[in-house]
Design a protein around this ligand. Sequence first.
Ligand SMILES: *Cc1c(COP(=O)(O)O)cnc(C)c1O
Length: 393
Amino acid sequence: MPYEEDRKYWYDGQGLWDHVPEDDWKSWTWQLRNRITSLEQLEQYMELTPDEREGCLFANKKLALAITPYFFNLIDRNDPNCPIRKQVIPRVCEMTTNAEEMLDPVGEDSHSPVPGIVHRYPDRVLFLVTDRCAAYCRYCTRSRLVSNAQDYNFHPQYEAGLKYIEEHPEVRDVLLSGGDPLLLSDSKLDYLLGRLREIDHVEFIRIGSRIPVFMPQRITEGLCDVFRKHGPLWMSIHVNHPRECTQELKDACERLSFSGVPLGNQSVLLKGVNDDVEVMKALIHRLLRMRVRPYYLYQCDLITGSSHLRANVCKGIEIMKQLRGHTTGYAVPQFVIDAPGGGGKVPMNPQYITKLDEEAIHFKNFEGNLYRYPLKTYPVEDDCRCNKEEILL
Ligand SMILES: *Cc1c(COP(=O)(O)O)cnc(C)c1O
């Protein structure tokens, strides 16, 4: 069944905050100052389920509660199963650690040569520049350090991080994340990006941020000026559900695009949020209309207290099978598992290859029809010398 809102598109307006002057609403510092951060505030605006209520009481021991007014407006307050609600309102099951769940599910701390740097891949590093976000995703893979609810006491060490990158000429790609790097002031970002730009071997910089989604007001002309100055700069945003694709987000994405920042999207496969092919299609189609290229779809990491939101891996592969070939190639993200313990991102694909013999590779297309392609090339000496077992298993 097609996603029912597919044509009805962008949400617009101040909703519950209609009484607030428009200049305030459009100011990102107003959005930050007026975040919903307590059970009492939340209950002023909506009725919670007992499960959520209890979740809020415990939230500050695991991962703080914070929701921007802008993002809160996207919640359907009459629907306990609202896909937006599930992402940001705590539930009591967050406090339960299930089998195989971990505090540091993708082994970042063990790949961290200096605080804030995660160096897992040969040619690129992750640089954590803050432990704060505009709002907190309940399935956060860095909940051990983000928001400091677990007393991790993360303190970004910019100079130590910059020094590490300077001393490692193999690092050609630096990915700023956190926490959310766009919570830093324009001048701090200008400084950090400028310092990175001065390093000859750093070819380009990336930023991972959910702020365009939680608080599109942050994407100001001033910020765009900083990005224009320090490009090439790429950005990955984090949209999980088509309802997050609002007019405000679309405008913010265009401001970024027109400042020379190519945009990708990273979604997390979440149970009851986007583990449905029609919802996923609506999402990725809207992303393309906002000039955002779906990049990764993540299997939810084995972070403590996330089992209620984790969909089955097979469900993810099934969704991928229903996307590839059935819609625009640009719209199809790569489904990955970030390997537990620290193996990095590994693609999880439907199996298209059915057989590999001496003569040919045999495979299915998106409709399930069988095809073959010969292995022999001419002249014969150029024959495929690849390790067939390596490729298939
Ligand atoms: C995700 C990630 C990257 C970037 O991976 P790409 O596949 O290049 O997008 C780099 N370092 C770490 C530690 C990561 O988790």
